[in-house]
Design a protein around this ligand. Structure first.
Ligand SMILES: [Zn+2]
Length: 285
């Protein structure tokens, strides 16, 4: 599959505009990307110096390839509006910046996506219900002062709430986040308001705002200068990178088992889930 096969008359214009402004866009479609792309079928990697690579694990065009390709083009388009890659944003860890970069970008892409003639329903790969279900699987095992979690999830929730129909499960999740840590939730909402009101897509300004708000509210952050996995709160001195890795690993396993259980209703999976939940609980204590 080549670039041409993924372009519509409309998205071709945007693609050409990017090329005309000196952007270089590589494209590769190969099954080998299936594992890298965590659930999605398309992804985009900034390669520095106005170079980008769009990859997909799909090898044949389907009804979903044109909108998915346009989605990635729009991610690149934001770079013409002041958006920066994570290596220019030293304020938080790489993991956090990458995940937040993706979710806040969507606020500034979705209107353009619709203007290109696509249906909003094809903007994201994951449906609201899938997203809520995944988060619900882990929310109880996450520390209430895990700002990376509360911020990232709140940013995505608010995006769904702003752009799609009322969804009870989503509203309930938003309430849960609020209860989990009201201060962090409010900072996340304020940051998103700030981001929406920015005329351009200056994500460095967004992260600076977020960091300033955390400082004002005495939320301590330890940022690892070498960009290791995670950031933690100073007062949780028993947190360590190993701990964080273990916690994330367990969370992933639980989410996966939960999915298996939903499909099979096999009670032995429930036992496994409970054992892992207990392991998580003992980590958190
Ligand atoms: Zn995206």
């Amino acid at each position: 599959m080549n670039i041409e096969e993924n372009l519509t008359e409309q998205s071709k214009k945007m693609y050409q505009e990017l090329l005309d402004s000196g952007y270089k866009i590589e494209f590769e479609s190969d099954m080998k990307y299936k594992n890298d792309l965590k659930g999605g079928s398309f992804g985009m990697k900034p390669m520095g110096d106005k170079k980008f690579k769009i990859v997909t694990s799909l090898t044949e065009p389907t009804f979903a390839t044109e909108p998915a390709f346009a989605h990635e083009l729009l991610h690149i388009y934001l770079f013409t509006k002041g958006f920066k890659d994570f290596d220019e944003i030293k304020l938080f860890s790489e993991d956090f910046v990458k995940s937040v970069n993706n979710s806040i970008s969507h606020y500034k892409m979705v209107d353009a996506f619709v203007k290109l003639g696509f249906n909003k329903e094809y903007f994201l790969n994951e449906t609201i219900d899938q997203f809520v279900q995944n988060i619900n699987c882990i929310i109880n095992s996450v520390c209430s002062n895990d700002f990376a979690f509360i911020f990232s999830v709140t940013f995505t929730c608010l995006f769904y709430k702003d752009n799609y129909c009322e969804n009870d499960a989503l509203n309930k999740l938003i309430e849960d986040l609020q209860h989990k840590n009201n201060l962090l939730f409010n900072i996340a909402c304020e940051a998103i308001e700030y981001w929406k009101n920015l005329k351009d897509a200056d994500n460095l300004a967004f992260f600076t705002f977020l960091k300033k708000k955390m400082k004002e509210n005495n939320i301590p952050i330890i940022v690892d200068a070498k960009h290791i996995e995670s950031m933690m709160f100073a007062k949780n001195s028993n947190y360590s990178i190993d701990f964080e890795k273990q916690r994330r690993k367990l969370n992933m396993e639980i989410a996966q088992l939960q999915g298996e259980y939903n499909n099979t209703q096999n009670p032995s999976i429930l036992t496994e889930i409970n054992a892992k939940l207990q392991e998580l609980q003992s980590l958190n204590n």
